[in-house]
Design a protein around this ligand. Structure first.
Ligand SMILES: Cc1cc2nc3c(=O)[nH]c(=O)nc-3n(C[C@H](O)[C@H](O)[C@H](O)COP(=O)(O)OP(=O)(O)OC[C@H]3O[C@@H](n4cnc5c(N)ncnc54)[C@H](O)[C@@H]3O)c2cc1C
Length: 430
């Protein structure tokens, strides 16, 4: 494992992304009272994107994060963009009807375009690589994968997805472990920390005032909105709380609806260039409930995410568990050198769709992207900014989704979470 130079105080282990992102700029903590048109709390993809789009329109915006930008999920995730929403189109259509489900699909397509456009507008690279495979871990799931291809290509007009039988999937993966599944050539995967750094620099360039190491302790409304921090109060007309799975005790409404669960990733040393593993550098997310997600970095490392344990973890614990999962799929990698192992909070909701609300007039919150926030948290920040600016009300599509509280509310949800996740992990193995 590499030297522990800087580690996120809110997530275990030092990520490979931190060692491969180049310079990670720092932003000063807030020191003194200030006022602005809009204050954003949370410097992940969602908050930074909101700040960028507000600042581009000439709004005076201040953004604060309790830690360093990207120390939450945004700088430490699997980097897979995917397509559509976390809940599948077929499932959404059953609940919401075709029109709303199609609008949510189209929103996700806009999110892909927006992610690329920001990077080209501000000229930063984020190691984009094309392609996504979703192999089935049970033969009985193949029919669902076939149906998904059928529905998406015919009813949703999405032609970039195809069904791969077991043989073709095995060649694409370099492993016999799975059955058939889908290949999506309309999406890809990114280096999330590089994207995060580029996004923060873009927001600063557009005029947003950015502060790290500045936690919000409370939000109060008295005509204006007051966000209190240790060394100053920010007074604003509008506010975005983009906290995702961290500190959501700031607002009790979030704690009962957005639940943090930990997910873990291990990085190997660069694999041999002749390795059969993922010859086309596509990303993979499998059909398990406790999803295994993996891909190769541009320098040929296997970045493998998964693990089924829920509690405190050291990098050593993470490495052991991830190595076991890698070996199940790629037995030849049983002794592979691992250089990094880390984790982070994935924020989930009951319906696995984000929780987006206007909690009070002008005070919005967004979080709970349920492992599907690389492009969608970014785009949600933009949609909230556009609502503030009176440019578009596309955010209504997410705001109108129902998000029930977790059973047990904020008190008993953690023991119940452990029970439920252990149960689902067991079902994955049957
Ligand atoms: C290990 C892992 C793997 C993942 N893999 C994928 C993937 O492959 N594909 C995908 O689409 N999604 C994935 N995700 C999910 C994705 O990373 C998130 O959905 C997305 O980054 C959420 O962005 P965000 O801005 O909403 O939240 P975050 O990036 O978590 O940012 C929230 C920020 O708010 C700050 N904050 C919280 N409270 C306060 C406060 N009181 N005051 C000031 N600041 C505060 C935190 O410090 C944090 O920086 C993964 C997540 C993890 C952890």
């Amino acid at each position: 494992m590499s030297d522990q130079l800087y580690q996120s105080p809110i997530s275990p282990g030092r990520s490979w992304y931190e060692d491969s992102c180049g310079e990670r700029p720092t932003y000063p903590a807030l020191d003194g009272d200030t006022s602005c048109d809009a204050v954003v709390v949370g410097g992940g993809f969602c908050g930074l994107s909101a700040a960028l789009h507000l600042a581009e329109a000439g709004t005076k915006v201040v953004l604060i994060d309790a830690h360093r930008f990207g120390d939450g999920a945004s700088g430490r995730n699997g980097g897979q963009m995917g397509s559509g929403q976390r809940a599948g189109a077929i499932e959404l259509e059953k609940e919401l009807g075709f029109e709303r489900s199609k609008a949510l699909w189209d929103m996700a397509e806009d999110a892909k375009t927006s992610l690329h456009n920001i990077a080209s507008r501000y000229g930063f690279d984020f190691d984009y690589q094309l392609g996504q495979l979703t192999p089935m871990h049970k033969k009985s799931f193949e029919a669902e994968a076939r149906e998904e291809v059928e529905v998406l290509s015919h009813r949703y007009g999405y032609k970039k997805i195809e069904y791969l039988d077991k043989d073709k999937m095995s060649s694409a993966l370099g492993s016999e472990h799975y059955f058939g599944g889908t290949r999506d050539t309309g999406t890809g995967h990114i280096h999330p920390m590089k994207y995060l750094i580029g996004l923060a620099a873009a927001a600063a360039k557009a005029g947003a005032v950015l502060h790290e190491n500045t936690a919000a302790f409370s939000t109060e409304r008295n005509g204006k909105i007051f966000v209190k921090t240790a060394r100053g109060t920010i007074t604003a007309d509008r506010c975005v709380l983009a906290l995702n799975g961290h500190h959501n005790d700031l607002r009790p409404e979030l704690a009962s609806r957005v639940l943090p669960i930990q997910s873990f990733i291990g990085a190997t040393a660069p694999l041999d260039h002749n390795t059969p593993v993922l010859p086309n550098h596509e990303a993979v997310d499998d059909s398990r409930f406790v999803v295994r997600y993996f891909r190769k970095s541009k320098d040929n490392r296997l970045l493998f995410g998964g693990r089924e344990a829920y509690g405190k973890s050291t990098p050593g614990d993470i490495e052991r568990a991830i190595r076991k999962q890698i070996t199940e799929i790629y037995p030849d990698l049983s002794d592979v050198e691992m250089t990094h192992a880390w984790g982070g909070n994935v924020a989930i909701t009951m319906p696995r769709m984000p929780y987006v609300r206007e909690l009070e007039t002008g005070l919005w919150t967004a979080g709970g992207f349920s492992g599907h926030g690389v492009m969608l948290s970014n785009y949600t920040g933009r949609m909230i900014a556009e609502q503030f600016l009176g440019k578009s009300d596309q955010i209504k599509l997410l705001k109108d989704l129902k998000t029930p509280q977790f059973p047990g509310g904020s008190l008993f949800r953690n023991p119940l979470k452990l029970l439920a996740l252990t149960w689902y992990a067991m079902l994955d193995r049957i």
